[in-house]
Design a protein around this ligand. Structure first.
Ligand code: SF4
Ligand code: SF4
Length: 101
């Protein structure tokens, strides 16, 4: 009986519309990831120091996410694919990969 009343009054639809209207006026949850200061324990972005990198491609070989690409011998980390495992940073013999501050 209670369910029939609920269906008749379309309460769930009204609730959904109210929630949608509320969300229109709330601040978006998307964040500007480039301007966030990362800590060691948070999701980290990596940068390659091009002065130190000798393009040995050890980091490319070890990356489990295939997040490191080479463009004309320049190493590039695709942050959207990166799993933040630190393997590339640790294996680089020239310490060319660092966390981005
Ligand atoms: S392991 Fe280090 S030196 Fe070798 S390609 Fe990667 S970043 Fe460059
Ligand atoms: S941190 Fe791990 S997943 Fe990210 S680029 Fe380095 S090896 Fe690949």
């Amino acid at each position: 009986m209670k369910n029939k009343i609920k269906k008749f009054l379309l309460i769930d639809i009204v609730k959904a519309i109210a929630l949608t209207i509320k969300k229109i006026f709330t601040k978006p949850v998307t964040i500007d990831i480039d301007n966030i200061k990362h800590t060691e324990r948070s999701r980290t972005l990596y940068v390659v120091n091009r002065d130190k990198c000798v393009s040995c491609k050890l980091c490319v070989a070890i990356c489990p996410s295939r997040a490191i690409k080479t463009k004309t011998n320049k190493i590039e980390i695709i942050s959207e694919l990166c799993a933040c495992c630190d393997l590339c940073k640790n294996i680089c013999p020239f310490k060319a990969i660092q966390h981005k501050d």
